[in-house]
Design a protein around this ligand. Structure first.
Ligand SMILES: C[S@@+](CC[C@H](N)C(=O)[O-])C[C@H]1O[C@@H](n2cnc3c(N)ncnc32)[C@H](O)[C@@H]1O
Length: 435
């Protein structure tokens, strides 16, 4: 069966005949006979130069990744759990890596096939490489992509599938790649788990395998500005999602009275200025892939991009930060300097409840302590509620709550609540319009 889509929807998945449910057959089956060619490319309706791309993200951040992709000009988008699929070309892939504030990685989908046992898993991958003729995979010839002089690594994951042992799945995919390389080139690649030239991911979902190529290398939260950290820093993507969720249009200053390492302030500043979150990074996996145009990428880095609407007025932006810990102020100061926005910041060591608003309007961002630290201050959330109500009328406030029960004691009705994961925690982004 040819599984390339015949519909207009390039994401349409052709499902094979119903697969028997059962347990992973495990390593006892090495390699069965090669089945009839099934064709394993998805995205059959792609025009020349178009790629099926996937931006992965933490659960709950999908809507922000989609919003960011639309701002970058992407139109064909499909949201999934923990990922957003989209269609773009290689320059869009570089742009997404450079600009996405809320995604973890950008991957290219290389192929997808039914894999309900060891043989189908193995042969589906083998066929991707062992193509007759010059057929390209994601705009690269299979020969370039699986060049045996390049090292590679595989990471596997599985959900709701008969094959569930991810080590075994990764091993099978590795076998398929190196066997097909021997077949085509007469030699195979070495595996390098630390610094591979090609980082592949295989994802099994409901007995469908998808092989993906990582184009990011380090996850996109490694912006390069946060070298100093104090307790419980929030991940950069989640901090950026808080800023986007607030709907802040860039008017007025941003203030974080419990700034910790300053992540929320840094992400607000970068968004207000329209600076790429990846501007300080120098290493990208896509730079090692065939067709990378370093001059075009350098030009792309010079342009400003999507930003808070009012910020285009080029009014000087102000950032205010405070914390009760002197080490937090030092860390925030160093991080904002590295991000290139230290000149916009006023930082003071002071109690959060001593702040007076520095302007009539602005964005108040707070990620209060949670867990044990919060137990020591049980009235913290009602006090935050009072601070917002009594002093910050006219402002927008966004709170990242790591402790849901406490968040309810704030005593104000939020405009939005968004369920997100914060490390292992079930957290909420809560947005308030303060009158
Ligand atoms: C969860 S951390 C914030 C982490 C920060 N969002 C980041 O990304 O690094 C909470 C911070 O609130 C500070 N804090 C707690 N109570 C405070 C208070 N009453 N006044 C000022 N800072 C306070 C703590 O010192 C800590 O740095």
């Amino acid at each position: 069966m040819n599984e390339s889509s015949s519909s207009d929807d390039p994401w349409r998945k052709h499902r094979g005949p119903g697969s028997p449910r059962g347990r992973d057959r495990g390593p006892s089956v090495a390699k069965g006979p090669r089945p009839q060619s099934r064709g394993n490319q998805r995205g059959g309706q792609l025009a020349h130069g178009e790629l099926p791309l996937v931006a992965t993200c933490a659960l709950g951040l999908e809507e922000f990744v989609e919003q960011e992709l639309r701002l970058l000009g992407v139109t064909r988008i499909q949201r999934e759990r923990g990922a957003v699929r989209f269609i773009g070309d290689w320059p869009m892939c570089w742009r997404a890596n450079l600009w996405l504030r809320t995604a973890n990685r950008v991957l290219v989908e290389l192929g997808s096939w039914i894999a309900n046992d060891n043989d189908t898993l193995y042969w589906g991958c083998f066929e991707l490489l062992d193509r007759k003729g010059p057929r390209a995979v994601a705009g690269m010839s299979a020969r370039e992509l699986f060049d045996p002089h390049k090292t590679f690594a595989i990471r596997a994951s599985s959900s709701r599938s008969i094959l569930s042992d991810t080590r075994w799945i990764g091993q099978k995919i590795k076998d398929a790649i190196v066997d097909a390389q021997r077949n085509v080139f007469g030699r195979r690649s070495s595996v390098d788990r630390e610094q591979p030239d090609r980082a592949f991911r295989v994802l099994l979902q409901r007995d469908r395998a998808t092989l993906l190529l990582d184009t990011s290398r380090e996850p996109l939260d490694r912006r390069g500005y946060r070298m100093s950290m104090v307790d419980a820093p929030v991940r950069e993507q989640l901090a950026a999602a808080c800023i986007l969720a607030s709907g802040w249009n860039g008017e007025g200053p941003v203030l974080d009275p419990m700034c910790g390492s300053g992540t929320l302030l840094a992400e607000a500043g970068l968004w207000a200025l329209g600076w790429a979150p990846g501007r300080l990074r120098s290493e990208w996996a896509f730079a090692n892939l065939p067709g990378f145009d370093s001059a075009a990428f350098a030009r792309m880095k010079k342009h400003s991009g999507p930003r808070a609407a009012q910020s285009a007025s080029n009014q000087p932006k102000r950032i205010f930060g405070g914390d009760e810990l002197p080490e937090a102020i030092r860390a925030t100061s160093a991080n904002l300097e590295r991000a290139g926005i230290g000149h916009m910041a006023d930082l003071v060591r002071q109690d959060a409840f001593d702040w007076q608003p520095p302007a009539e309007k602005g964005l108040l961002v707070i990620n209060p302590p949670y867990g044990e630290r919060l137990v020591q201050q049980p009235d913290l959330w009602p006090r935050i509620g009072d601070l917002m109500k009594q002093r910050f009328a006219g402002w927008t406030a966004v709170l990242l709550a790591g402790d849901l029960a406490f968040a309810k004691t704030v005593g104000l009705k939020p405009r939005r609540r968004i369920a997100v994961t914060h490390g292992q925690l079930d957290a909420r982004i809560v947005v308030f319009d303060l009158y």
